[in-house]
Design a protein around this ligand. Structure first.
Ligand SMILES: Nc1nc2c(c(=O)[nH]1)N[C@H]1C(S)=C(S)[C@@H](COP(=O)(O)O)O[C@H]1N2
Ligand SMILES: [Mo]
Length: 340
């Protein structure tokens, strides 16, 4: 994991558009390896149902780092060109043109153009449920959390992956503000269901809206972020603008896009994928090369932009940060995809 903190990001709510992200160059680095410097049967449920197709589709630590004038962040304005394992970032083009977003299309290469005009402002996220201080956040309030760069691998359950330089902030910071009560055990997230602007939500094959969930300790882990941008720019609609979850040690479908509702609850949420294909997708969905999907192996993956396949890493390579979350004897690693 590479983490860079940025202070002073300013995204006026009136200007949530590419090239409007102004970043301070004051940087803090922490985290590991800084030395690298720097359908169900029948094909209906394609994105989370079919194995990936063949190739072709295509700081220094410390708090007193240098500070310099505010600058405009352009695509490519990132702190590192690789992840902490030394693997290169996927390109902005790749990350914004190969997307799973079923509200628009089950065709990954059609999402970007179908989502192009999706209205992402004004936007509100209603945070409630088992909390002392429920609050509806406007986008500008979400942008006011200190925005950090997080370079994470994204591993789709279909067997492809990318390295993405997200911008965002730890979900824990937002949850701490609303103060979960002692009864809160899980967090439930909901995507907007905008029938007028999302052609896919008219599909009767899915129980809209898209819902996902985390156990509260997973949600509070520092790796779990709400992302508002990538490559130093505000998110584009195809990547879940204006705000989406990123949980890098779990299969990509957990990283729910375009969130409008976050509820603290006491029972395990039923996600869209658990309802759609309960024998294939479970609640935890931690990346595990040793547990195959019922219809394909999870041992390897194709990094977008590469030919051939590479080995999939347990917890997607983030075991040091998250393995302790699953020490509970009730957590069954054989069910990291299916069941609970
Ligand atoms: N609301 C919503 N969120 C979603 C999805 C979706 O279809 N709808 N697809 C998921 C899947 S399967 C993956 S792999 C990631 C893809 O994120 P990306 O397109 O930004 O790479 O988004 C996840 N979040
Ligand atoms: Mo996915």
């Amino acid at each position: 994991m590479l983490i860079k903190k940025r202070t002073g990001i300013e995204i006026p709510s009136s200007e949530i558009t590419p090239k409007s992200v102004y970043l301070s160059r004051r940087q803090f680095m922490r985290g590991a390896a800084l030395s690298t410097a720097a359908v169900a049967a029948g094909g209906l449920l394609a994105a989370c149902s079919g194995p990936d197709a063949e190739p072709g589709v295509n700081p220094a630590t410390g708090s007193a780092a240098e500070e310099s004038a505010v600058q405009t962040a352009m695509p490519g304005a990132v702190s590192h060109t690789t992840d902490e394992l030394g693997d290169p970032l996927n390109t902005f083009e790749e990350i914004t043109n190969y997307n799973n977003y079923y509200e628009f299309s089950t065709n990954k290469e059609a999402v970007a153009s179908l989502a192009k005009d999706f209205p992402t402002a004004p936007w509100q996220v209603e945070v409630g449920g088992l909390v002392n201080k429920p609050k509806t956040y406007g986008l500008e309030e979400l942008m006011a959390f200190e925005q950090e760069e997080r370079i994470y691998r994204l591993r789709c359950v279909e067997g492809w992956s990318m390295v993405i330089p997200w911008v965002g902030f730890p979900l824990a910071k937002l949850l701490n503000e609303v103060e979960p009560t002692s009864a809160a055990k899980y967090v439930r997230f909901e995507t907007i269901e905008d029938k007028a602007n999302m052609p896919g939500v008219n599909s009767p094959f899915f129980p809209w809206p898209y819902v996902e969930g985390l156990r509260l300790d997973e949600a509070m882990n520092d790796l779990t972020i709400l992302s508002t941008g990538l490559y130093g720019e505000a998110l584009l609609p195809q990547n879940g603008a204006p705000i989406r979850l990123v949980v890098p040690w779990k299969y990509g479908f957990k990283s729910i896009k375009s969130i409008v509702k976050i509820d603290l609850v006491d029972t395990m949420p039923q996600s869209l994928w658990m309802k759609t294909a309960p024998t294939e997708y479970g609640f935890f969905a931690t990346v595990n090369p040793n547990v195959d999907h019922p219809r394909w192996s999870q041992a390897t993956e194709r990094r977008i932009g590469e030919f051939g396949r590479r080995e999939t890493l347990l917890f997607n390579g983030y075991g040091e940060q998250v393995a302790h979350l699953y020490d509970d004897p009730n957590y069954d690693t054989t069910q990291s995809v299916r069941g609970q």
